[in-house]
Design a protein around this ligand. Sequence first.
Ligand SMILES: Cc1cc2nc3c(=O)[nH]c(=O)nc-3n(C[C@H](O)[C@H](O)[C@H](O)COP(=O)(O)O)c2cc1C
Length: 216
Amino acid sequence: MLAYPFFLWLVGDIGEIRLAEISLKQALLQRRTVRDFSDAAVPVQALERLLWAAQGVTGPDGNRTAPSAHAVHPLRLYVQVGRVTGLDQGLYEVGADDHVLRLLHGRDLRPSLAGAAIDEQPWIRQAACIVVICADMVTPGRAFADQRPLGRRGARYVYLEAGAAAQNLQLQAVAEGLGCVGVGGFNDEATADVLELGIPLEPVMQLCIGYPAETD
Ligand SMILES: Cc1cc2nc3c(=O)[nH]c(=O)nc-3n(C[C@H](O)[C@H](O)[C@H](O)COP(=O)(O)O)c2cc1C
């Protein structure tokens, strides 16, 4: 039985799976970390809705679904695609403004990301796709350089904003009938190396996504 069987009826148009709209209250009640994924592919439309929930632009001034201190908007999203219907396997960069997925290369980084994790975390390898929330750590540092705690406020705001984006995505995952685990336990330098990130970007959180495995 799927973890969220009651979504799988009536309205919606996510690939072959038809989903019901659910209320914010239902999504909040039903959100749980899922670490055991089935082999099913995630439709690209569902992935796009997850990305929109995390960082979608919702106003003419560039403001987004998640708030940002002084509207600096330091977050950058990457997606490692494993099993996504309509997308080739590989690492994608998500356009900060247009949300277009741009293929960087066709390699499967899931094993390397799992290798860079703290402790054994097989769900990183097994996820259908992984949204990696990265951040420009330099610009917020400069924007809040004169506010105490000096040198730390910028980073604090980045982590708060990443948390908001991650929660948005996780609630949308519930609405899609998808499972998700947010992984913050990774070696920062090793993960940045795997993703080939350079200054000013750093990885902040990985959201491993897939349909929940069937349970007894
Ligand atoms: C900042 C943060 C980092 C996390 N890092 C990991 C992680 O590295 N691996 C993991 O399996 N779960 C991770 N989690 C998920 C938590 O373990 C999970 O939220 C917690 O056990 C509560 O369960 P729930 O999400 O089902 O309520 C993380 C959660 C947060 C908020």
